[in-house]
Write a protein that binds this ligand. Sequence first.
Ligand SMILES: [Zn+2]
Ligand SMILES: [Zn+2]
Ligand SMILES: [Zn+2]
Length: 115
Amino acid sequence: MTAAELASGAAALCDTATVYRSLHFLEEHGLADSFVLYCSAHGTERYYVSHNAVHRHWFHCEVCHKFIDMGSCTIAPMLGEVERKTGVLIHTHTLYTTGICPQCQEECQTTAKLN
Ligand SMILES: [Zn+2]
Ligand SMILES: [Zn+2]
Ligand SMILES: [Zn+2]
């Protein structure tokens, strides 16, 4: 969810600035992950993911704009390889993918058949 969505949901409890401050606090203390994603419908937004111990990667559907959890990180070994090769020390990484979710693919096919 975006900070703006969270702010509108929490509007009764606190103001937008408080929400942003809290999110920033969570992120600084490693309790939340955030990433910036550009989408034709939402523009550029920063998304926050709570840190339930495991770092995860996300898929964003370009058609229905929902997020799909791609599961826990699978590229850590690859990053280890990069560290060995280049000598850099990687602390964090963000990875999200965009495309079309299974439901939207199905809908596309159904529409194509009808036409
Ligand atoms: Zn979709
Ligand atoms: Zn979107
Ligand atoms: Zn990862």
